[in-house]
Design a protein around this ligand. Structure first.
Ligand SMILES: [Zn+2]
Length: 233
C-alpha cells in the first residue's frame, strides 16, 4: 500500500506545543512522529493501548473477531508479563503487536538509560511470546526530542493517533462510537484502550464496524497502513 506511506504532520505542531516543545525543535521531531497516514484511500487503523488486562482484553479480542478487524495492540510490558496468554491470543488472531514501554511511566521525563531499560524489558517479554514490535507509542502520548530520537535509534516508528475516543474516561459505547464516527477520515489512527475494566470500547467497536465498512472503509494494522514491514511474525 505504497500510496499510503506518506506521513501526516498537521496536528503534531499542536501536540508539540501541548508538551512544551520549542518551535525551533519541532521539525526534527515531526519527521518521525506519526498521527495518521496521508492518503485518500479509505483505510483506518484501530489501536488499543495499555493491555493486556484479564477482563478488558478478552472482550476486545471477541469484538475484533466478530467484526473481522485486525488491530494494533500497544502492549504494556509489565501487563504482558502478568497475562502472557492474552498476548499469545492476540498474535494467534492475527493482530499486530506494538510496544507501549514496560511500566507506563512518563518516558518523556526519563533519562536515555531509563528509556532504554523500558524498551529492553518490554522487548524481552514480547520476544518470549514470539513478537517483535516495530512501533512504539509513548505512555500518555508524551514525547520530546530526546525520546523520539532514542526510539528512532532503537529502530522504532513513533505512533500517535488522530481519533481520540477518551474511552478510558469510561463514557458509554454510544458516546465512544459517536466520537469515532465524527472524527474518522481516510488514514485515521483510532485510539482505544484495554488496560482497565469496565470500559465500553469493545462494544463501541461493534457499533462502528459495520457502519464504517458500509461507508467504504477497510480496517488495517498501523504497519499495513504505513507500509512498514515487521511486527508480530
Ligand atoms: Zn497508555
Amino acid at each position: 500500500m505504497r500510496s499510503a506511506r506518506t506521513i501526516f504532520f498537521g496536528s503534531l505542531v499542536m501536540m508539540a506545543v501541548l508538551f512544551g516543545i520549542g518551535a525551533n525543535r519541532c521539525a526534527s521531531i515531526d519527521e518521525v512522529v506519526i498521527s495518521r497516514a496521508e492518503t485518500t484511500e479509505k483505510v483506518v487503523a484501530v489501536t488499543i493501548d495499555d493491555g493486556p488486562h484479564d477482563k478488558a482484553t478478552p472482550h476486545m479480542l471477541d469484538a475484533l473477531r466478530e467484526t473481522g478487524i485486525k488491530a494494533t495492540f500497544f502492549i504494556l510490558g509489565k501487563s504482558a508479563e502478568e497475562y502472557p496468554s492474552l498476548v499469545r491470543q492476540a498474535i494467534a488472531d492475527g493482530h499486530e503487536i506494538a510496544t507501549h514501554g514496560y511500566s507506563h511511566r512518563n518516558m518523556a521525563r526519563m533519562s536515555r538509560a531509563e528509556c532504554e531499560e523500558e524498551w529492553e524489558k518490554a522487548e524481552r517479554i514480547l520476544a518470549e511470546l514470539g513478537a517483535q514490535a516495530r512501533l512504539f507509542r509513548p505512555p500518555g502520548g508524551a514525547y520530546g526530542e530526546a525520546l523520539v530520537k532514542g526510539a528512532k535509534e532503537r529502530g522504532y516508528h513513533v505512533i500517535l493517533w488522530d481519533v481520540d475516543t477518551r474511552d478510558w474516561q469510561v463514557p458509554s459505547a454510544d458516546t465512544i462510537a459517536e466520537r469515532i464516527l465524527s472524527d474518522v477520515r481516510a488514514g485515521s489512527i483510532i485510539l482505544l484502550h484495554d488496560g482497565q475494566y469496565p470500559i465500553h470500547s469493545a462494544d463501541a467497536l461493534r457499533k462502528v464496524a459495520s457502519r464504517l465498512k458500509a461507508e467504504g472503509y477497510s480496517f488495517v494494522t498501523v504497519s499495513e497502513m504505513l507500509g512498514i514491514s515487521g511486527g508480530a511474525e
